[in-house]
Design a protein around this ligand. Structure first.
Ligand code: NAG
Ligand code: NAG
Ligand code: NAG
Length: 385
């Protein structure tokens, strides 16, 4: 008797508490997600578009194949976030092979992409403005197909019309604008160019807003001076490095970029009174990870897991992870390390799956975002470490 009494009262009470939390907090229950960016969140776009392949050990730790097209040994931050929100991994927009399903969203991010328009020497022609164009084309086609004969049959594969307004729009782009500029510009020139980069970013976000996007989730850029590729090229003189072994100038550029990006997010939030802009401080999460790596369970903060050359960086720009090549008269291979979970850096430019998982767990605490979100989000309960 006592038991059934307790039961019948606690369950409705708990439901009331839960729905109260949901009503007062921002709801992170999205029907779809649309992602824009570079290799940090590319789920197969550049590989599909350019028709090349990565080699093992890319993909080895999770997908068991490099054909997931991700620049890591496993999952990316965007994959962990989708998983935490109980959504499937995002299909790359241009990846037509297999059984692409865009019902829950689409990913336009492509490795090497910049915010500023691509040039003849760009790795990716899919700069931010082009990615936004691709989205606009996608949306127009989806609406057209749904209206047409047999539109109902496409329900399983395409977003519903209201998903475009209710969906989450995620951004992680800017790293290549900064990192690429160091090859031809001075630090002062790069710092001075940041407003131009952000004006281009703003115009893309505005175009999405004009098309009905309302929920924006904007990642800032990471400490790119800590990437072995940049340390190898720009950090040979130890006076250029900070206490953690990162190139100071690169991190200085990233910090100023982030300061101005944060201000832009505040400005947009002021303008979009019917929208939500969440700014996420990836820089702090990643620099904390690199500075406090051993306490966080890693053994190598900067040295590359899959590379060539041995310590201290195990990185050689002439050979890509997984490749075998004649170097200086000898046939060499850029191999993976024994235990990638000890490393933060995968291939000199990208993070390992273990590091991506750590970064995602920190994003999802809500403490690194502005506005901060509560860690009582229902999807957080699913994330286990
Ligand atoms: C966005 O913000 C508005 C107003 O602040 C709020 O009512 C709404 O629930 C938010 N939507 C989402 C999906 O977070
Ligand atoms: C490293 O951890 C300490 C202690 O938690 C913290 O105060 C410090 O800010 C961290 N370093 C970085 C660069 O985040
Ligand atoms: C090529 O090998 C020679 C002899 O081992 C070495 O001194 C030189 O530094 C190498 N050059 C490069 C570019 O690795």
């Amino acid at each position: 008797m006592a038991i059934s009494f307790t039961k019948s009262f606690t369950i409705p009470l708990m439901l009331t508490i839960c729905s109260t939390i949901l009503r007062f907090g921002r709801s992170y229950d999205y029907p779809a997600a649309f992602n824009f960016g570079d290799s940090n969140s590319d789920t197969g776009e550049l590989v599909a578009a350019q028709g090349f392949s990565l080699s093992l050990p890319y993909g080895q730790s999770y997908f068991n194949t490099p054909s997931s097209g991700r620049f890591s040994n496993g999952r990316l931050i965007v994959d962990f976030i989708m998983d935490a929100m109980d959504m499937p991994f995002l299909n790359a927009y241009l990846d037509s092979i297999g059984a692409p399903n865009f019902r829950k969203g689409c990913n336009y991010a492509a490795a090497g992409s910049t915010v500023l328009p691509a040039t003849a020497t760009s790795v990716s022609p899919f700069s931010f403005g082009v990615q936004v164009n691709q989205f606009l084309h996608f949306k127009a086609r989806v609406l057209e197909l749904r209206e047409g004969k047999g539109g109902k049959k496409l329900d399983k594969y395409l977003p519903a019309e209201d998903y475009f307004q209710k969906g989450l729009y995620m951004f992680d782009i800017g790293q290549n604008d900064l990192a690429g500029a160091f090859y031809s510009k001075t630090l002062d020139q790069i710092l001075a160019s940041i407003p131009t980069i952000l004006a281009e970013f703003e115009s893309g976000v505005q175009r999405l807003y004009d098309q009905g996007a309302r929920n924006f989730w904007i990642h800032n850029t990471g400490p790119l001076g800590c990437l072995a590729q940049n340390v190898a090229k720009f950090g040979t003189d130890p006076s250029k490095l900070d206490e953690f072994g990162c190139v100071s100038s690169h991190n200085q550029a990233a910090k100023l970029f982030n300061l101005q990006l944060h201000a832009l997010c505040k400005k947009l939030q002021g303008q979009y009174t019917d929208g939500n802009i969440t700014y996420i401080d990836i820089y702090s999460i990643k620099s904390n990870l690199i500075a406090n790596y051993s306490r966080l369970g890693f053994q190598q903060p900067i040295m590359v897991c899959c590379g060539y050359g041995g310590p201290p960086l195990n990185y050689d720009s002439r050979i890509v992870c997984g490749q075998t090549k004649m170097l200086n008269g000898t046939l060499v291979t850029a191999k993976g390390c024994d235990d990638s979970s000890e490393y933060i850096n995968w291939d000199g430019i990208h993070y390992t799956e273990a590091a991506n998982q750590y970064v995602s767990s920190q994003i999802l605490t809500g403490k690194y975002s502005d506005p901060p979100f509560s860690d009582k989000m229902p999807f957080l309960l699913k994330l286990k470490f």
